[in-house]
Design a binder for this molecule. Sequence first.
Ligand code: UD1
Ligand code: CA
Length: 456
Amino acid sequence: MTSELNIVILAAGKGKRMHSSMPKVLHTLAGKALLAHVLDVANRLTPNQICIVIGHGGESVRNVTSDTSLIWVMQEPQLGTGHAVLQAQPYLDREGLTLILYGDVPLVSLASLKKLIDATQNRVCGILTAIVDDPDGYGRIIRDENNGEVKNIVEDKDANTVQKAIHEINTGIMVIPNQYLHSWLPKLESNNAQQEYYLTDIVKMAVAQNVPVVSSPAMHSWEIMGVNSKVQLAELERIYQHNYAQKLLEKGALLRDPARIDVRGELICGADVEIDVNCVFEGTVILGDHVKVKANCLLKDVSVSEKTTILPFSHIEDAKIGANCRIGPYSRIRPETELIDNVHIGNFVEVKKSRIASGSKVNHLSYIGDTTIGENVNIGAGTITCNYDGAYKHQTIIEDNVFVGSDTQLVAPVTVAYGSTIGAGSTITKDTPKNELTLSRSKQVSISGWKRPSKS
Ligand code: UD1
Ligand code: CA
């Protein structure tokens, strides 16, 4: 691999067919902007520099990354791919190679790019090509009839009927030695059907100068697919998810239906993980050995230790979940929550910014927020930690071996001491003593002879 690699990412195109006010390359695939996918693969080639060509209204595109080493250049107006690279020319090294990538071709693989770069041997031009069933719209690769060498690329709009019948196409991704690029770019002309400066015209210049142009086919057909519309974006999303699911299966995860899982980030699975249908994983999710995630769960930035089961319809975000826990069905676990081992969180329970220690259970219809719960605590149905006074949030502390009766309100700040029992239906506003029963409800009375009102 070359030590002097420059990368230019073309991202100035309007993307009219997206029918969106957002620049095309900011649309997301698997939860990440198209351009961010391209930047990821670009960075993995460890180039000297990456230059991104953006267009009118593209200032917002810069927010896609916080990487300050990137060079952003404006192309306004947009007069074609050759004109786009021309804007980046002042930033290109004199030596080495420049790799051209497209900001809207997000799935190109590191392997295909390395193969292409290797094929150029740091000296000649290289084009990433593909043989496609329907070459409509693509530039066609024109080869010498005698030796089969690439001698031109003809754009679809400029092609004659014979050329249009060629199925070998230019993916747009190419590698050009910088020494030539510097001399060829200013010589590009726009006397073609689209009145554009075509980068592809450098092939003719190379041939005229006896600089060989090698081709290297992309390893998979989906790598070269671009996004021009929401239809294509949806297609690529499915391809990405299919590929991700295949990788998970190959590594031993059991997916009940690989067509019904969405990973928008990274999913790391231990041994014998089982994932039922319609689960969405965002950010970084780590599932330990023997973890089961049942149907219709959403997990974002979560780690789950071994043998825990997440039951259907649970939503967990920014949380750490221990071993042998049982979460759900219908549980909501919000950010900054930590559950230690053997914890049960049941249906219609919301937990926020809380720590729940081993063996504790919150099984039904509760809100636990800004709370520390000790070990072996049982929280009865309908318990609410009243953590918010309208201005500030306050902490609730529930020590080990506490039993909280159903329909209790714990008005924070409050501590329920070790071994306390809270009678059902209580509103607890003061700290409780250890090992005692505390309750705050009036005694039950019966009024004999009382009559219900009735209409006369
Ligand atoms: C280009 C290639 C064609 C190839 C096809 C693959 C040229 C002349 N043609 O055609 O051979 O088969 O891609 O999809 O290179 N862009 C800019 N500034 C511009 C024009 C385009 O940044 O002025 C960017 C676009 O945002 C896009 C990429 O360059 O990322 C390709 O542009 P597009 O208009 O899609 O090129 P095609 O005409 O499809
Ligand atoms: Ca295109």
